[in-house]
Every structure is written in structure tokens, then in C-alpha cells.
Design a protein. Structure first.
Length: 210
């Protein structure tokens, strides 16, 4: 686990980082929980309503579990959770611009490092890993079995935008390390701002003529 706490205008910002990469359609993540000191567990609410609210900046790929966590948290502690989903870099820019928020959950450790460099992070603890994958259409018509297969002529590749989303930046890093980034770029037909957009874009790409 990695704990980090970010302070903005007197408010504590908890940060969770998720590592993600996308090749064609891909999922991944490593998570960070962030606090300045040992966090105190909120007192459960028994009747009545609370006007307290947490503002959470979360990578778009974590929407489903984060929504579920928010519902359970609100039910137990009476504190509502308001989410802002998007690309990790976009979210960090929003936090820096607005100086508001309580939780930051980016899609890669590099954004935690950037947040730390900006003075937002005091303490960190790694809490989870997700594994990068290559996703292909049913039946794997292009017979993709490894990264190098993505360089074959006629293969359509969809990646995350390295300037906006962690999935794109990490994908580039992995492909560059394997010496095939330029070759795969020739087959890239789209780059998305979030990992969530990879699936619909990939489905659309299947309908494109060769």
C-alpha cells in the first residue's frame, strides 16, 4: 500500500494511483492510497443526514468499483461522494487549477510523483497492482499472440492518448522499451482520452474497411 496526503486550502486530499496500459483495448492498474498521517476512520452515522461531501478525482477506468465504494461509504458514514472521472493528467491539471478536492486516484505512479513534486503529497502507500493486457475481437481474427504481432500490416490498433491518459503513456513506454513503438504507430487508427473509450472505439474500428 502507498499512502499519500495532499493538502489544498486546508483540506486533505487522499490519492490513489492506478497503473493502466492499453494496446488495442487494454486494462491495467497499480493503486495508491495517500495520507499525511494515519487516517482516522469516520464515525458511522446512525439516523439523520450529513452535509459533508468528498470530492474524488478518479481515473475513468475505475468508474464501476469507485461508484460502488462511494455508495457503501455514504451508507455507512453519511458522507456523500462526488466523482470527477477523466484522464489522469487532465485530472491533475484540474486539481492544480481549482485547488479543490479530497481524493486523487490517477492511473499510474508517475502522476503521484508529479503530485508529490508539486507539493501535494506527504506520505504514500501502494495498495494494488493491475496487469496490462492485449484485448482482441472475439475469435482473434488477426491472430495476435504478442506485442510484435501488432506491427503486422493490416492490424488496427487503438491506444490511449499519452498526453491525457495514463493508459496511453504507459503503453508508449512498454512499446518503446520493446523497440516497436514506431512500427506500431503506423497501425494506430485512434488514441483515446481515457481507458473507457478504448472499447467503443475498437468496436467501431472493426467496421472500418481494410
Amino acid at each position: 500500500m502507498i499512502k499519500i496526503k495532499m493538502k489544498m486550502e486546508g483540506r486533505n486530499i487522499v490519492a490513489l494511483a492506478l497503473i493502466a496500459i492499453a494496446v488495442i483495448v487494454c486494462v491495467s492498474a497499480a493503486a495508491f492510497y495517500v495520507v499525511h498521517e494515519t487516517p482516522q476512520t469516520p464515525t458511522p452515522v446512525h439516523g439523520g443526514e450529513s452535509n459533508k461531501m468528498l470530492m474524488v478525482y478518479s481515473g475513468a477506468g475505475m468508474r464501476k468499483p469507485m461508484d460502488e465504494i462511494g455508495t457503501l461509504f455514504e451508507q455507512k458514514y453519511g458522507i456523500s461522494v462526488n466523482y470527477n472521472y477523466g484522464g489522469s493528467n487532465t485530472l491533475l491539471s484540474q486539481i492544480e487549477l481549482t485547488q479543490q478536492g479530497d481524493v486523487y486516484m490517477p492511473g499510474a505512479t508517475m502522476y503521484i510523483e508529479r503530485a508529490r513534486d508539486k507539493g501535494f503529497v506527504d506520505y504514500e502507500q501502494l495498495v494494488a497492482y493491475h496487469i496490462p493486457v492485449i484485448a482482441v475481437p472475439e475469435g482473434n481474427p488477426a491472430n495476435i499472440t504478442c506485442l510484435k504481432d501488432l506491427t503486422k500490416p493490416g492490424v488496427k490498433v487503438v491506444l490511449g492518448d499519452a498526453k491525457a491518459a495514463a493508459c496511453g503513456k504507459i503503453a508508449n513506454k512498454i512499446l518503446e522499451k520493446n523497440g516497436i513503438l514506431d512500427a506500431i504507430d503506423a497501425n494506430v487508427i485512434a488514441r483515446t482520452g481515457t481507458v473507457n473509450e478504448l472499447v467503443p472505439i475498437s468496436a467501431w474500428a472493426r467496421q472500418m474497411p481494410q
